[in-house]
Design a protein around this ligand. Structure first.
Ligand code: MG
Ligand code: MG
Length: 270
């Protein structure tokens, strides 16, 4: 789940021991997404994927973080799924249901869990069978945008340095960078300070830079669109966010911990 809106600024740095506990939660999210990847074939419904995800984390003694998540639209319904499943031109916050996955679809699955008081959050876009070359490249490109961030995080660097690398790669590839939703700090809460945008915009009053510090744990989650516009529209279900032009969108997210010499991914199954 990606963050919309503002929070009171307060950095909560994590100790080595706390990062290890967050890794347990992260590993479980990895297992959930691996199970979904295994099941995500033509003919399966998004509801079936959602139920499989629920079983994996519930069997492990964890709680899901998305079910009943409050809506940012005034009076909007709380989130009704265990995971967010967003297909093709759906960017984020898709509601699992009776939609049947087809050959050539791209299926973004986002999962967050709380295990023993600590949160993990990760998303991946699964390519189902034979995906159009341009759509496959979009997925690979978005994955690269996330990897660029991971490879360049170091204590002392500003987030704007990292976000610029991400934005430049995406835009030079012709992709749109979604701005309405951003990454976030994570720890005992799913959404902690700071906001972690995938772009730089100093004219935007909500855009705030921060320094990367050892012990900071972030969920980094670029969303890139094929059509070159990062503009979004909200469906009448008050959750599902689609691209403005109906073209596909990809979403990859890892929870990472800033370490003395770089960062470690907590949601890659290691
Ligand atoms: Mg997420
Ligand atoms: Mg997130």
């Amino acid at each position: 789940m990606a963050l919309l809106g503002t929070r009171k600024p307060k950095f909560i740095l994590k100790s080595q021991d706390e990062i290890e506990r967050m890794r347990q939660a992260g590993r479980l999210v990895y297992q959930v997404l691996s199970k979904c990847r295994e099941l995500c074939k033509p003919g399966v419904t998004t509801k079936e994927l959602d139920e499989a995800a629920y079983k994996v984390y519930t069997d492990a003694g964890a709680k899901g973080l998305f079910l009943n998540y409050p809506n940012s639209q005034q009076g909007g319904p709380p989130f009704p799924g265990n995971t967010c499943i967003s297909v093709n031109d759906e960017i984020v916050h898709g509601i699992p249901g009776q939609r049947v996955i087809k050959e050539g679809d791209i299926v973004s699955i986002d999962c967050g869990v709380n295990l023993d008081g600590w949160c993990g959050d990760s998303a991946t876009t699964i390519m189902v069978g034979d995906v159009h070359k341009k759509v496959r490249q979009l997925c690979e490109g978005t994955q690269h945008v996330l990897q660029l961030a991971i490879d360049n995080i170091k204590p002392g660097r500003k987030w704007s340095q990292i976000a610029r690398l991400m934005q430049n790669f995406a835009e030079r590839s012709g992709y749109g960078v979604v701005r309405a939703f951003v990454g976030h700090g994570i720890g005992r809460q799913l959404h902690e300070h700071p906001q972690v945008p995938n772009y730089v915009d100093r004219k935007d009053r909500n855009w705030k830079d921060f320094e990367l510090r050892e012990g900071l744990v972030l969920a980094i989650e670029p969303m890139c669109t094929l059509g070159g516009s990062g503009d979004t529209r909200l469906l009448s279900d008050q959750w599902t966010v689609k691209t403005i032009d109906g073209l596909p969108s990809a979403h990859y997210e890892h929870t990472i911990a800033v370490m003395a010499d770089g960062c470690e991914i907590l949601t890659d199954g290691t």
